[in-house]
Design a binder for this molecule. Structure first.
Ligand code: SAH
Length: 220
């Protein structure tokens, strides 16, 4: 299905605007060409309200309602790059679907994507955006993501897009041996953290300072 120019604003879909974002991401240190191609291929403006769609290709987080945000393209690229670690991804679990932008990017670089969101109307928005993009390898779930999706585990990659005070135990248990989890940990000061599961241990590496909305318990 072609994008509807009346709805999306024909100028915003311009290839040059999107390429400028890719140049910016390269300048910020994103190196994985597979990730950059995925970002180039996903129209970010369809994930935000029309009133702010003209800002969709700026490298900033934007409001999506319900007190939540669409992640900054840099952070989406960075987390996807860390998760891939230069290789293909099988089954991935995302916690915090929001409007589904990161989910859409993941759908381009992983075989199967499962994503969990605790705010029902946001999940409905995400579902319609992902349908528009024909992302058929994505399954969405309305639940408390801290519990993961035990019946679909283990996952080769787990990406948490809300800040946790601690790494949820259920998510660790659902990470495959050889798998990687990227998760922002902390409250006021948050650190993007990589957890790699080896046969013997969960190896933790602190990466960089980030700013996410909090991971909350239960559903709303
Ligand atoms: N991945 C999104 C980022 C959304 S912001 C993007 O691409 O832009 C983080 C999202 O995490 C919010 O929608 C919030 O409702 C959700 N969230 C917070 N705690 C959660 C939980 N315990 N389970 C599932 N989703 C949660």
């Amino acid at each position: 299905m072609a994008l509807n120019p009346a709805k999306h604003g024909i100028g915003m879909t311009s290839q040059r605007t999107r390429e400028r974002l890719i140049t910016r991401l390269r300048e910020e240190g994103i190196r994985d060409e597979v990730v950059l191609a995925a970002i180039l291929g996903i129209p970010r403006h369809i994930f935000v309200d029309e009133a702010i769609a003209s800002r969709a290709y700026e490298d900033t987080a934007l409001p999506i309602g319900y007190g939540q945000t669409i992640s900054q393209p840099y952070i989406v690229a960075r987390m996807t790059e860390i998760l891939r670690s230069g290789g293909p991804l099988g089954k991935v679990l995302e916690i915090g679907t929001g409007c589904g932008y990161q989910t859409a990017v993941l759908s381009k670089v992983a075989q199967e994507v499962y994503s969990v969101e605790r705010i029902s109307p946001l999940l409905m928005k995400a579902r319609s955006h992902l349908r528009e993009l024909r992302a058929r390898n994505v399954k969405l779930k309305y639940a408390d993501g801290a519990l993961g999706i035990p019946e679909m585990a283990p996952f080769d990659g787990i990406i948490v897009t809300a800040a946790a005070t601690h790494v949820p135990h259920d998510l660790l248990a659902q990470l495959a041996v050889g798998g990687r989890m990227v998760i922002p940990v902390g409250t006021h000061e948050q650190t993007l953290t990589l957890i790699e599961r080896t046969p013997e241990e969960f190896r933790q590496t602190k990466l960089e300072a980030v700013k996410f909305v909090p991971l909350l318990g239960g559903v709303s």
